[in-house]
Design a protein around this ligand. Structure first.
Ligand SMILES: [Ca+2]
Ligand SMILES: [Ca+2]
Ligand SMILES: [Ca+2]
Ligand SMILES: [Ca+2]
Length: 250
C-alpha cells in the first residue's frame, strides 16, 4: 500500500493505493476524509477501478485547474499514468472521480509527482521508473488535463523515487530522483533551465542504492537540503544531508 495526501474536504485527506486486494483483482484506490484532530472517515473508493492495473504510487494535485485536488496514480501492470478528476460535492458521498489517461512511462513506474515544471501555472506530472534510465515528464498542454506532451529526462538506471522543489532558488521547479544503482551518483537533481523544458543533471557523490529523495532546510541556513533514503542500508543515508547547491556536503 502506498499513501499520499489529497485536499478533498476540510483539510488534508489521505489517499491510498493497493496493488491487489484479492485474487483476480487489479487493485484499488481509496481516500479517507479528514474530520479533524486526526480522525478519519471510513474509506471512500476512488471510482474507475476498471482502469486500475496494479496501482503503485498515488498523489493528489489539481490537474485540470478547477480548484479541486484530483488523484494521480501509476499503474505497475501496464506502465500507465492515470488521473482521476474530482467532481467536488457538498458531502464526501457526493464526490465522484472520472478516469483520464496521462500517458505511458517505460515498464515499471514506481513513483509519481506533480508540480508546475514549465512555469505556465498548470500542474505537470512526472514519474520515476524502476526499469528505465529516465524520468518521465508529462507536460500539461493547456492546463485542462486533456492532453500531455511526454518527455524523457536521462537519469541513473533503476529510478525509484522522484520529487520536486526549487533546489537552486531561482524561482523555477527542479526535479529530483533516487535510483537503486550501485554507482555512487544515485541521487540526482535536474536543474530546470529557465522553464525551457531542458535540464542539467547534477548527481551526488556516495549515494548508491537510494530509494527516495526529499527536500527541506535541515540545517536551518535558509537553503534546501536533500535527504535520501537508502533501503539496502536500512537507514536514512547515514543521517547525512547534502547541501542543495551543486552537491556540496553540508
Ligand atoms: Ca481538479
Ligand atoms: Ca505547467
Ligand atoms: Ca530552480
Ligand atoms: Ca539548508
Amino acid at each position: 500500500m502506498r499513501l499520499s495526501f489529497l485536499d478533498a474536504r476540510r483539510g488534508k485527506s489521505v489517499l491510498s493505493s493497493t496493488g491487489r486486494t484479492r485474487a483476480g483483482n487489479t487493485g484499488a484506490l481509496y481516500w479517507y476524509e479528514n474530520y479533524g484532530r486526526s480522525v478519519f472517515a471510513a474509506q471512500h473508493s476512488v471510482k474507475g477501478d476498471e482502469a486500475l492495473n496494479y496501482p503503485w504510487s498515488v498523489i493528489g494535485g489539481d490537474v485540470n485547474g478547477d480548484g479541486r485536488d484530483d488523484v494521480v496514480v501509476t499503474n505497475w501492470g501496464n506502465a500507465r499514468i492515470d488521473w482521476y478528476e474530482n467532481s467536488g460535492g457538498s458531502t464526501a458521498e457526493d464526490i465522484t472521480f472520472t478516469h483520464h489517461v496521462v500517458g505511458y512511462a517505460g515498464s515499471m513506474p514506481y513513483s509519481v509527482g506533480v508540480a508546475d515544471v514549465d512555469g505556465d501555472n498548470d500542474v505537470d506530472i512526472f514519474a520515476g521508473n524502476k526499469m528505465m534510465d529516465y524520468v518521465s515528464l508529462f507536460v500539461n498542454d493547456d492546463g485542462s488535463g486533456d492532453s500531455f506532451t511526454t518527455m524523457r529526462i536521462d537519469s541513473p538506471a533503476g529510478t525509484y523515487g522522484v520529487s520536486s522543489a526549487d533546489v537552486d532558488g531561482d524561482g523555477d521547479i527542479d526535479l529530483l530522483s533516487a535510483s537503486d544503482s550501485a554507482s555512487a551518483d544515485a541521487v540526482c537533481w535536474y536543474e530546470n533551465l529557465a522553464n525551457s523544458l531542458s535540464f542539467d543533471r547534477h548527481c551526488m557523490a556516495d549515494s548508491a542504492f537510494a530509494y527516495s529523495v526529499a527536500t527541506g532546510d535541515v540545517d536551518g541556513d535558509e537553503d534546501l537540503d536533500l535527504i535520501s533514503g537508502a533501503g539496502r542500508r536500512g537507514m536514512l543515508e547515514d543521517g547525512r544531508c547534502l547541501d542543495a547547491r551543486r552537491g556540496a556536503s553540508g
